[in-house]
Design a protein around this ligand. Structure first.
Ligand code: AHM
Length: 338
């Protein structure tokens, strides 16, 4: 087999993008490179999770009250470490940490960005070899450069994101990231240890065949959501169907599939989780940014996800996200709930 060595690596691609922006400092490229490095380290551990004693609970409970798996801790340490040692990030907020971390050293205080992340989403699936992922969101600071970052930097509406992305540790490992210029996907080439551009300019198809929701919660959903799910199940060729139900329970895997193939993903509020399950800052915001740049839509059922101004870093939200036409049809049903 002849291997094409002309494919751009992540670093080459971000530098090429940088050259097109007058006065760019290269900090975002550097930050994405740092995240790519952490992703490669996490990938190695995820891949060998079945072989070494890294599986299983670390024995503590995170701030969300969920068991923390050892790999969650490893991923968190790697992500925080590369960002702290890099030159582009003033602080981080993580699903795994009670509060945001201010790096507060001379280089970090002078850097432009803060990062919010879920270091290892879907970690409940680690033990059964299902794809899991890392999700990240990048904001330009609102606090003054040269000083430590502040809470206000982390509590910005998602529309102010500069970049967002995810890494999926699946049958191959991919990093997908979006800036306002577009969404691009890079597959880890193990032969050279580099993420290489494999999915340039990703567009979310306006319609798809997949709807993704936890059906076990059906009777806890609002009337509008239940009506829409019934519509999904009754789609025929004449009405753009049939739809298939696909739900892995690992958000990165579910949304990666729907982004590429077209589809809709829903995690509505339930009676048990009246504020929703997913986190606005670590899960909903970054995916809403990626999907909107790719042509899709994301709402909490009442407003656009990216317009929500958060009041605390671990805030939860309901989430409806996906292909534009499917989202518009959904909205015609859930508007009745308002
Ligand atoms: P986690 O932070 O405990 O990993 O939970 C997040 C995950 C998402 O990846 C996924 O979409 C969702 O929880 C699945 O929840 P459920 O099992 O309730 O359907």
């Amino acid at each position: 087999m002849i291997i094409n060595r002309n494919i751009l690596t992540l670093d080459e691609f971000t530098i090429q993008q940088l050259r097109q922006i007058p006065n760019a400092t290269g900090e975002l490229s550097s930050l994405l490179r740092d995240i790519g490095l952490a992703a490669k380290r996490i990938n190695v551990e995820v891949n060998k999770a079945g072989l070494v004693d890294i599986l299983g609970d670390a024995g503590s409970v995170n701030v969300q009250g969920e068991d923390v798996k050892k790999l969650d801790l490893f991923a968190n340490t790697q992500m925080v470490g590369v960002l702290k040692h890099g030159i582009s990030c003033a602080g981080v907020g993580s699903e795994e940490l009670d509060d945001f971390v201010v790096f507060d050293d001379e280089i970090s205080n002078n850097s432009k960005y803060v990062v919010l992340m879920d270091p290892l989403d879907g970690s409940g699936n680690i033990d059964v070899n299902v794809s899991i992922g890392t999700i990240f969101s990048v904001f330009r600071r609102v606090s003054e450069q040269g000083t430590p970052c502040t809470q206000a930097d982390f509590l910005q509406a998602g529309v102010r994101q500069v970049a967002a992305g995810y890494i999926i540790y699946g049958s191959s490992t991919m990093m997908v990231y979006a800036t306002r210029r577009g969404v691009n996907g890079f597959t880890l080439d193990p032969s050279i240890g580099e993420f290489s551009l494999s999915h340039p300019n990703i567009q979310c198809p306006p319609s798809g065949k997949f709807y993704s929701v936890n059906h076990g919660n059906f009777f806890q959903f609002s009337e509008g959501v239940r009506k829409y799910i019934n519509v999904c199940q009754q789609k025929t060729v004449e009405t753009g169907g049939p739809y298939s139900q696909r739900y892995i329970g690992s958000m990165v895997a579910d949304l990666h599939r729907n982004l590429i193939k077209g589809g809709i993903f829903m995690y509505p509020t339930t009676k048990d989780k009246p504020a929703g399950k997913l986190r606005l800052l670590y899960e909903a915001n970054p995916f809403a940014f990626i999907v909107e740049v790719a042509g899709g839509k994301a709402t909490n059922g009442k407003q656009r996800i990216l317009d929500i101004v958060p009041t605390e870093i671990h805030e939860r939200t309901s989430l409806f996200i996906g292909s534009r036409n499917m989202m518009e049809e959904l909205e015609s049903y859930i508007d009745e709930d308002l």
